[in-house]
Design a protein around this ligand. Sequence first.
Ligand SMILES: Nc1nc2c(ncn2[C@@H]2O[C@H](COP(=O)(O)OP(=O)(O)O)[C@@H](O)[C@H]2O)c(=O)[nH]1
Ligand SMILES: [Mg+2]
Length: 229
Amino acid sequence: MTELRQVRVQEQLLKVNDFLARQLKDSWTAQGSFVINLLSSPGSGKTSLLEATLPRLQAVHQVLVLEGDIETDLDARRIRGAGGQALQLTTGGTCHLEAHMLQQAWELLLKERGGPPAFDFVFIENIGNLVCPASYDLGEHLRVVLLSVPEGEDKPPKYPKAFHSADVVLITKVDVLPHFDFRVEEATRLARELNPRVEVLQLSARTGQGLDAWIDQLVSRREATLGRR
Ligand SMILES: Nc1nc2c(ncn2[C@@H]2O[C@H](COP(=O)(O)OP(=O)(O)O)[C@@H](O)[C@H]2O)c(=O)[nH]1
Ligand SMILES: [Mg+2]
């Protein structure tokens, strides 16, 4: 009985989250902001990817990073150190971001700036965790799951929800491939088995390999979703 009630409460919470996520997506779409939700285990390279992406993307576009962390603002500081604009969202223990947290942050930003901020791209760095964040739609236009070479190629079937809901899987840290038994083809096959439409890209934030294809992907997906603005 108690268990059944818990399941129902969880379902209701997810419904409320989905409702808020739809509102967020509508307002981001209207404002011309293309929003990307980055999901991965801790240490897969989300902040490093952003540090490498920002200088290239910001040459042409306005970019904001919403940094999710359980504690500290270390990642937001790294983003600012790379010349980016970052807003820290600290969950104080919660293992994922939820749409209401994003809504509060966005409203605060609107108030501070006195109107809708004109960001072409908004990246959300989710809490490092391949489980809970997968269940929470944040109103993003693109969901990107990072899988780093040292984690091993078997992660898609072990964390199916994250990989099933991904639009793009980024295989990161490919510069260390010679030191691991990670097979890129096998990881790609396992990801596509769960999610045939998923795009799989390889990248190294360390050497810059694959960065051009990643940037092209972001720009073309933004245009396809929001049109040329
Ligand atoms: N060799 C290598 N190391 C990387 C790469 N990207 C990130 N790292 C390292 O992996 C660790 C975790 O990276 P970080 O960006 O903080 O991961 P996050 O926790 O997902 O944000 C750091 O020590 C990075 O220097 C990469 O492309 N190649
Ligand atoms: Mg990080």
